[in-house]
Structures are given as structure tokens and as C-alpha cells.
Design a protein around this ligand. Structure first.
Ligand SMILES: Nc1ncnc2c1ncn2[C@@H]1O[C@H](COP(=O)(O)OP(=O)(O)OP(=O)(O)O)[C@@H](O)[C@H]1O
Length: 233
């Protein structure tokens, strides 16, 4: 499989402060990566660095063969990086359908396919952004990123604060996206086992450095190691 994304010794942070140190990783087209680690170790910062929102001190980011270090967030989104931020960023004055249509770009994902995969959003198509439950907002945040027809979806704690039944529904959708649609994803998750069950590969960060890199299945099978690395309950 062709290389989709590669980070080479990326050191990045905010202003003078360094949060990520010497991060190197590579993903192929259609690959899926769980990004794990305790609170505050730099997982969100890694996603925002991919989107060009932090200060890169050193290193290179390669995207589909070209260096993108200097590209703006907007250009990265145009190049196929789809970001679903933790805060979801819904607009109170737009309907569900407007959230989806304003960002639409040509490609396999369109309104019909989005409504097929998220029937709940079709039911809510005329509701405003501030009239949605937390679960519906998360579905809309993912759907909106899909409407940009990304080559890689970056998901920042998609399950956070959601009821178990909604988590199940989102897991079903994400499994479909990854396994059936072959969409490449990076998923940051506090629920390590959920993220590992979805993905092929896993990375664990600690204090801004990669402390484990391997396939998700073996990390899942080694519960003791997993608990030690991410301190899950
Ligand atoms: N905008 C910012 N400006 C300065 N420092 C920041 C900023 N955002 C995050 N940090 C710092 O960067 C470090 C890593 O934070 P980050 O949010 O990337 O971690 P995380 O692993 O995603 O944690 P969490 O699971 O709590 O979201 C923390 O020390 C945090 O205080």
C-alpha cells in the first residue's frame, strides 16, 4: 500500500514550549491507528499538529508524497485531512443539513450516503445545531468531516461523554468506515480497548514521546501491558 502520511522526528508545541518530541510514524492508505496515552501526554496536540495548528520546531510531515510543513489548516483540509475536534464546533444557527452541505466536496460521500449511515441525522435534518443531543452532535461532527471526502479522518475522543447505546452506534459506524469503506483514520481515545478493537495499529504516547508502537491486536491481547501503558481502570 502507498504511503499516506509520515512524520519524521516531529517536535512541536505552543510558542516556545515543546509538547511533542521526535515523533516518527507512518501510515499507509486505508490504515487505521489508535493514539493512546494518559491525560495531557500530547494526543490532541499530535492531531492539531497534523492540521497545522501548533508550532513545529523540527521535523517533517509528509502527506501523500509531499512535504506539508508550511501548509495552512485550510489547505491541509483541502488536501484531504478531515478533522473531528473534541469540542465538535456545531453552529447554533445552522440546521443539520446545512452543516453538511456547506462543507461538501466532490467524492464518494454525499448527503444520501451520510443519511444511509446515520439515519438519526436524516430524522434531525431540519434541527438546529443547538437542538441536538451530545450523541447527535458527535454523529454530525463525523458526518460533516466525511462530507469533505477526506483521505484520512482524525477523531479526537469521539466517545467522550456519550451514553453506552450511542457509543455502540458510533462503533458500528466507525467499524463500517474502517473495515468496509477502507477509510484511513487516527482515533484518539481514553477508552483504549474500544479504539484497539477498531484499528490495525496503535501508538502510545507518554509525555510527548512514543513509548509503544505496534499492532492493535497484540496490545489488546496483552492486558497487563496495556494497563501499564495507558493506566485504564
Ligand atoms: N493551546 C495550548 N497552549 C499551551 N499549551 C497547551 C495547549 N493545548 C495543550 N497544551 C498543553 O500540551 C500538553 C498536551 O496536551 P494535549 O491536550 O495534547 O494532551 P492529551 O493527551 O490530548 O490530553 P487529554 O486526554 O487530556 O485531552 C499539556 O501539558 C497541555 O497543558
Amino acid at each position: 500500500m502507498a504511503e499516506l502520511l509520515a512524520l519524521e522526528k516531529v517536535t512541536a508545541g505552543y510558542g516556545e514550549s515543546v509538547v511533542l518530541e521526535e515523533i516518527s510514524l507512518a501510515m499507509a492508505e486505508g490504515d487505521s491507528l489508535a493514539l493512546l496515552g494518559r491525560n495531557g501526554v500530547g494526543k490532541t496536540t499530535l492531531l492539531t499538529t497534523l492540521m497545522g495548528l501548533t508550532r513545529m520546531h523540527r521535523g517533517d510531515i509528509r502527506w501523500r508524497g509531499g512535504r506539508i510543513n508550511g501548509l495552512s489548516t485550510h489547505r491541509r483540509a483541502q488536501a484531504g485531512l478531515g478533522w473531528v475536534p473534541q469540542e465538535r464546533h456545531m453552529f447554533p444557527s445552522l440546521t443539520v443539513e446545512e452543516h453538511l452541505t456547506v462543507v461538501a466536496r466532490p467524492g464518494p460521500w454525499n448527503l444520501k450516503r451520510i443519511y444511509d449511515i446515520f439515519p438519526r441525522l436524516q430524522e434531525r435534518r431540519a434541527n438546529m445545531g443547538n437542538q441536538l443531543s451530545g450523541g447527535e452532535q458527535q454523529m454530525l461532527a463525523i458526518a460533516r468531516a466525511l462530507m469533505t471526502n477526506p483521505h484520512l479522518l482524525l477523531l479526537d475522543e469521539p466517545m467522550e461523554g456519550l451514553a453506552p447505546i450511542i457509543v455502540q452506534e458510533l462503533m458500528r459506524v466507525m467499524r463500517k468506515l474502517i473495515a468496509d469503506e477502507g477509510l484511513a483514520v487516527i482515533v484518539v481515545e481514553q477508552h483504549a480497548r474500544l479504539a484497539l478493537s477498531l484499528t490495525k495499529h496503535a501508538i502510545v504516547l507518554d509525555r510527548g514521546r512514543i513509548v509503544h508502537q505496534g499492532d492493535s491486536e497484540s496490545l489488546m491481547a496483552d492486558g497487563e501491558r496495556l494497563d501499564r501503558l495507558v493506566a485504564v481502570a
